[in-house]
Write a protein that binds this ligand. Structure first.
Ligand code: 5GP
Ligand code: ZN
Length: 119
């Protein structure tokens, strides 16, 4: 069923605390933790606790959870003191766009200059 934990999903295992992560925020519906391979001084991943393969399918199935992820991304930026300097929220979608973990997640990136358009 959509949203149920997937046994072979790394981020479901982080939600279940079977794989450790440096958690910076947690709510009933979301978890925010530091990316293991940071691409900027602040690089935090915000995920829904429910399993959906990407941001679009999350928003279609559980719009409130998608809104929760966006709210938490903004609050991570405030906590990390990058809200004023500017930050980027990225949802890579599909392997051609660099998605490697197929559990929806927002990258929150900041603390350095961020070029536009991204590579
Ligand atoms: P994607 O490439 O799917 O947009 O993003 C997946 C992200 O998950 C990558 O930035 C990668 O560094 C991060 N990542 C992969 N494995 C782990 C892990 O075990 N722990 C943490 N904290 N991040 C991970
Ligand atoms: Zn998952």
């Amino acid at each position: 069923m959509a949203g149920e934990p997937q046994a072979d999903c790394l981020f479901c295992k982080i939600v279940a605390k079977e794989v450790p992560a440096t958690v910076v925020r947690e709510t009933a519906t979301t978890l925010a933790f530091r990316d293991i391979n940071p691409q900027a001084p602040t690089h935090v991943l915000v995920i829904p606790k429910s399993h959906h393969p990407d941001a679009g399918s999350l928003a279609a199935a559980e719009p409130q959870a998608a809104a929760d992820v966006l709210r938490e991304a903004g609050l991570v930026a405030v906590d990390e003191k990058i809200a004023d300097s500017g930050y980027r929220i990225v949802f890579n979608t599909g392997s051609g766009a660099g998605q490697t973990v197929f559990h929806a997640h927002a990258h929150v990136l900041g603390g350095r200059g961020l070029n536009w358009p991204p590579g």
